[in-house]
Design a protein around this ligand. Structure first.
Ligand SMILES: [Zn+2]
Length: 320
């Protein structure tokens, strides 16, 4: 009578087994696992999570890319913590022993630059738009870092510092590094005043920074959406095969993605602009707006209301 196992413990054992099997996968994902994906002959990128920065993801919420040239490696953006930058260096080392000669910075937002010090120590030249200096010299950068040291500890800590560029650009610039041409183009003020995009005509790859968001709602923040829309129209003129955005997966549908980001911004401006013109309160305008085209995108709930509110304020200013 007691020789049989009852079905319940059996089912529990199975569940336990499943849990044991699944646990390492979960742990890896939580530790911000990083695997470089090749998107063109000379180009790889690593993709951050579609999430807000947290100790669990080590602030791995943005992308970085690298280009293996004839002589060296050129990195685009430095990720959101020094630990992540070290991991990116390891990924590069799996693919090539060539030294990292340059880091090209799309813009000075925390999740793209807190890893810079690692590449600086490795001897790389850091290239960014001159208006990044204003951000570095402003209180916002320092205050943001203080908050990040608390919210992202231990990945961002007292040793994490803001790193200035070695080369500040303010004009369209073509650089040839190890035989690969990089077309560096100012695209701000859009997402930030200091936006740069990088186009590789030989690979037909566009590194668009946060001007193009794929698979999620962008953070509009204090962005100048009118110029942002104009910049997206400018990017649509590159003969792009692959876009590597600042967040989300890479894309071989350059036109669709550029258009989605542009349409989202245009809709924010239209809906909130009308409300601001009619002196309609924000809450009412927000409730009335038709978000159906965008509400299924990741981070819609986290970002859309704030985006709409910032746009409402912007449209009030533009009226004055
Ligand atoms: Zn970003």
């Amino acid at each position: 009578m007691t020789t049989h196992h009852s079905p319940l413990p059996g089912a529990l054992r199975l569940l336990l087994w499943l849990w044991v099997l699944a646990a390492p996968t979960v742990a890896m994902a939580q530790a911000g696992s990083m695997a470089a994906q090749r998107v063109a002959d000379k180009v790889w990128f690593v993709q951050g999570e579609s999430a807000l920065g947290s100790p669990a993801n080590q602030n791995f919420i943005s992308n970085a890319a690298f280009v293996v040239t004839g002589d060296s490696v050129v990195v685009i953006d430095a990720l959101g913590s020094p630990a992540l930058a070290h991991k990116l260096l390891q990924e590069i080392r799996r693919i090539t022993p060539k030294p990292v000669s340059h880091v090209l910075v799309t813009h000075y937002h925390a999740d793209h630059i807190y890893g810079l010090q690692v590449f600086k120590e490795a001897g790389a030249v850091i290239v960014a738009h001159r208006l990044g200096l204003e951000y570095l010299n402003a209180d916002t950068a320092r205050l943001r870092l203080e908050v990040s040291r608390k919210e992202l500890a231990p990945w961002v800590d007292e040793k994490t510092r803001l790193v200035s560029a070695d080369q500040w650009l303010d004009q369209p610039t073509d650089m040839t590094i190890g035989g690969v041409q990089f077309q560096i183009r100012p695209a701000g003020p859009s997402h930030t005043p200091e936006d740069l995009v990088f186009y590789l005509p030989g690979e037909r790859v566009l590194f668009a920074g946060d001007l193009v968001f794929r698979g999620r709602v962008p953070f509009v923040g204090q962005a100048d959406s009118k110029h942002w829309i104009a910049a997206l129209d400018q990017l649509l003129r590159f003969d792009t095969h692959v876009i590597v955005p600042g967040h989300g997966p890479h894309s071989t549908q350059a036109k669709d993605d550029l258009t989605l980001t542009r349409d989202y911004l245009a809709y924010l401006r239209r809906a909130m602009g009308e409300a601001a013109r009619n002196l309609e309160p924000f809450d009412e305008a927000y409730r009335k707006a038709d978000w159906s085209r965008f509400e299924k995108l990741p981070l819609f709930n986290a970002a859309n209301r704030m985006n709409a509110y910032n746009t409402y304020l912007l449209m009030e200013q533009e009226r004055e």
